[in-house]
Design a protein around this ligand. Structure first.
Ligand code: G1P
Ligand code: ZN
Length: 544
């Protein structure tokens, strides 16, 4: 085994996006591409020599080979110890759990989340800091800057290590510990939820559920939680074996991509509860029998009922939601008398609020919900939270949500995505809206009067850092709102996201179809932003 110094030149495109560096597999397979980025991480982490890092990924194509490279580079860069998930597998929340449990310096998570996998799919690398959460912007900027100056990287020339057996060994002078990927996470869940009660509820026999792991990382976690610890029947977890290409699917738990689960929950003789997770296990979609729960409503319902769950029985310090997420949770927070924070898109913005105990639950409209138990969103945590509420109240999913609307009013909400549109045109569309926004307040647009319009800027209440240009918001005097932003996670062209929301206090109008209820706002958004003119599309690619 000997240390190699390999000469290299920078790649200009290694700027981490909303959630780490995400590129297609062929890009990551370019000679030195992965190595440059990993070296940039080690170079920009002050004091990482001798420290412990967690390493694992969602099992997608290239996961295993990237882990071998990273282990050899870590050894060459004098990292003290790497804790790696067996088979190279760690869901994103499980990785966060390990960083916190073992108080490591940080961790490297290999995932492109819900993006398709396989030899032509996507791959990604995220660095998480010692609190278990995604690196804040100052860290990702430092990594990017370093990647632009890199001239060489360090790697140990050594044989590949066996990741499939739990145990400890040395790689050069570095310790490697291969650990069971599931148990520490399972124990954390058992400390938060009333497993006995959920188990008894399932055993009583008049409740059926279906959990879709979408051939991605949550399969082993879901089987251990639902079929083993909670005693649900074998076969409750579907698509439970992680595959490198996710069975050629798109592991994004929404109404479009989780079609198999949606067909089951909206079919004849449907089960009472259904849920799906994404590629790396941090997202969730929750369904009742013939009923879809929007992620924004899910956050609001969990907040309103949190004290029914053991881990939150003493109440919440506060809540936080990303800016485009609906204001449903704001109404609950107001009633509970707790603070509600509005942050830019991306889980990393919740980290400081959770660390400072300003927020206990957080959520994003993009099927992300979580709490202070880790520093990532957590799909299976949300599923267990719902199961705990169902077991404790004896109510159905639909009942819990519709009763919630009766109390708080309903925030009709939808997101329209225009995927893979021309980047230059999409940027132009945003520029135009940015310029327009200054003159919009007070203007009458159709039946709506503009209350405020801006490009969202966020000042972190803990460290004072400022994040600008986080999306154009146009709010109307009746509480409706439209938001426009470009995705920071896509890898092809640009994705325009349009978020639409209206508030309906009148309980007799809650049963309308969402797209109908938002119809006039959708038409107005198309007109204001000239979506067809700029994108050439007359309808969105995905509606959630
Ligand atoms: C998307 C979601 C965002 C989420 C991120 C990572 O980012 O919109 O809420 O945090 O994925 O899962 P976007 O592509 O919109 O930048
Ligand atoms: Zn994800």
């Amino acid at each position: 085994m000997n240390l190699q110094l390999v000469s290299t030149v920078p790649f200009t495109d290694q700027k981490p996006g909303t959630s780490g560096l995400r590129k297609s597999v062929p890009v990551f397979q370019k000679p030195h591409y992965l190595e440059n980025f990993i070296q940039a991480i080690f170079d920009s982490l002050d004091g990482c020599a001798g420290q412990t890092l967690v390493l694992g990924g969602d099992g997608r194509y290239y996961n295993r080979s990237a882990i071998q490279t990273i282990l050899k580079m870590a050894a060459a860069n004098e990292i003290g110890k790497i804790i790696v998930g067996q088979g190279g597998i760690l869901s994103t929340p499980a990785a966060s759990c390990l960083i916190r449990k073992y108080q490591t310096f940080g961790g490297i998570i290999l995932s492109a989340s819900h993006n398709p996998g396989g030899p032509n799919g996507d791959f990604g690398v995220k660095y998480n800091i010692g609190n278990g959460g995604p690196a804040p912007e100052k860290v990702t900027s430092a990594i990017f800057e370093r990647s632009q100056q890199i001239t060489e990287y360090k790697i140990l020339s050594a044989a590949d290590v066996n990741l499939d057996r739990a145990g400890s060994f040395k790689l050069g002078t570095m310790d490697v510990e291969v650990i069971d990927s599931v148990t520490p996470y399972l124990e954390l869940m058992q400390s938060l939820f009333d497993f006995e009660r959920i188990r008894a509820f399932i055993a009583a026999g008049n409740f059926r559920m279906c959990i879709d792991s979408m051939h991605a990382v949550t399969g082993p976690y879901a089987k251990a939680l639902f079929e083993e610890a909670l005693g649900a029947s074998a076969g409750t977890v579907i698509n439970g074996i992680p595959l490198e290409d996710f069975g050629q699917g798109h592991p994004d738990p929404n109404l479009v991509y989780a079609k198999e689960l949606v067909d089951i929950l909206f079919g004849e003789d449907a089960p009472d509860f259904g849920a799906a997770s994404d590629g790396d296990g941090d997202r969730n979609m929750v369904l009742g029998k013939h009923f879809f729960v929007t992620p924004s409503d899910s956050l609001a319902v969990l907040t309103a009922n949190a004290t029914l769950v053991p881990g939150y029985k003493n109440g919440l310090a506060g809540v936080a939601r990303s800016m485009p997420t609906s204001a449903a949770v704001d109404r609950v927070a107001a009633k509970l008398g707790i603070d509600c924070y509005e942050t830019p898109t991306g889980w990393k913005f919740f980290g400081n609020l959770l660390d400072a105990d300003k927020a206990t639950l957080c959520g994003e409209e993009s099927f992300g919900t979580g709490s202070n138990h880790v520093r990532e969103k957590d799909g299976l945590w949300a599923v267990l939270f719902w199961l705990n509420l169902l077991a404790t109240t004896g109510k159905s999913v639909e009942q819990l949500v519709t009763e919630h609307w009766q109390t708080y009013g309903r925030n009709f909400y939808s997101r329209h995505d225009y995927e893979e549109v021309d980047k230059a045109k999409a940027t132009e569309l945003m520029e135009r809206l940015r310029e327009m926004s200054a003159t919009l307040p007070g203007q009458q647009l159709g039946v709506y009067t503009v209350d405020y319009a801006d490009d969202f800027s966020y000042t972190d209440p803990v460290d004072g850092s400022i994040s600008q240009k986080q999306g154009i918001r146009i709010g109307f005097t009746d509480g409706s709102r439209m938001v426009f932003r470009l995705s920071g996670t896509g890898t092809k062209g640009a994705t325009l996201r349009v978020y639409l929301e209206s508030y309906e206090p009148d309980g007799t109008k809650h049963q309308q179809d969402t797209q109908d209820a938002l119809g006039s706002l959708i038409a107005l958004a198309n007109e204001v932003a000239q979506i067809k003119e700029f994108t050439g599309r007359d309808r969105p690619t995905v509606i959630t």
